[in-house]
Design a protein around this ligand. Sequence first.
Ligand SMILES: *Cc1c(COP(=O)(O)O)cnc(C)c1O
Length: 375
Amino acid sequence: MNSKIWLSPPHIGNKEIAYVNKAFKSNWMTTSGENVDHFETLIESYLEDKVSVTALNSGTSAIHLALIKLGVKPNDEVLCQSLTFCGSANPIAYLGANPVFIDSEKETLNMCPEFLEKAILEGIKKNKKPKAIIVVHLYGMPAKIDAIKNLSLHYNIPLIEDAAEALGSTYKSEKCGTFGDYAIFSFNGNKIITTTGGGALISKSQKEKDEIIHLASQAKEDALHYQHTKIGYNYRMSNVLAGIGCAQIKLLETRLKQLKKNYNFYDALFEKSKNFTLFKAPGIDFSSNYWLNIVFINEQVNFTVTDVIVHLQTLNIEAKPLWKPMHLQPVFKNAKYFGGSVSENLFNAGLCLPSGSNLSKDDKNRISSALNEFI
Ligand SMILES: *Cc1c(COP(=O)(O)O)cnc(C)c1O
């Protein structure tokens, strides 16, 4: 049996271990230390020092803290893109608040500004103005940020940018992660760079960063004894894992080039196919990191997404459907939803193909011959 081709496996370089050893040698085997500070500084400088970065133990906890900072309380409503991973939406439920899911538009797969405005107006009409908007740059493709940000400013509803999949993506040459009142990244094993598990919360000032660190460290106060006036969380990143991140982020530009090559490979593969359409940026304003490549099955083909995935599986090649929209998930069956069937149709027709930055020439050959009979 051929070795498995994964959808988006970790891609570790040769400098990670040196940073990890530094943590061992200095005995900073905890949730603070030189690697954590250095990792944050490296991300800040990647984001052109426009924002402050707090390293956390996951992207999901970053969203949780952003919602807490925005004062989200039980029974509040939070607007959230429906087509996404559950990590975008679960923190709303942690706070006893209610998610209101918004459909996607077809061009970027992300939150549709028109349905977003409908949801905002409906909320205001019912005297239940939403407390926050969570927009996602799915698979690395920037959302229609101008339109969404305008609505956020016009109606004075804070914006959280879920850039878990979009480190390295840009919209109108500005980096994803710098648009929202808060933004988050994930460094889970399947993301563009990894710390095995981890995340970051991006905020607008050092003062906010200090408050986030406080909340993420059990809200311990400055006193000789253990003193708490707030509920805190144990959400900081480990100094050992931050060491992996220090080396990984320095590889980002190289990884982006490798990911672009995967996109070019799929572009050539599907170019002449009547059965598939590769998902592409809707214009020059949208620059994806190509975290995952997506293809849609055209109408009137005599096979299904499942047929393709199962066939690839038999050849030890991993492929997956798109994220299943949150409004169709049993766990959120009582949540409000604004939209039509765009995200549902995308889910039914799309599949994610292996897109790791370490995809080899051999892997690509295996993928093209495996897909040949469907193309
Ligand atoms: C991975 C991911 C998250 C959650 O990040 P974790 O680090 O796994 O908690 C949130 N949103 C999106 C869109 C993701 O892909």
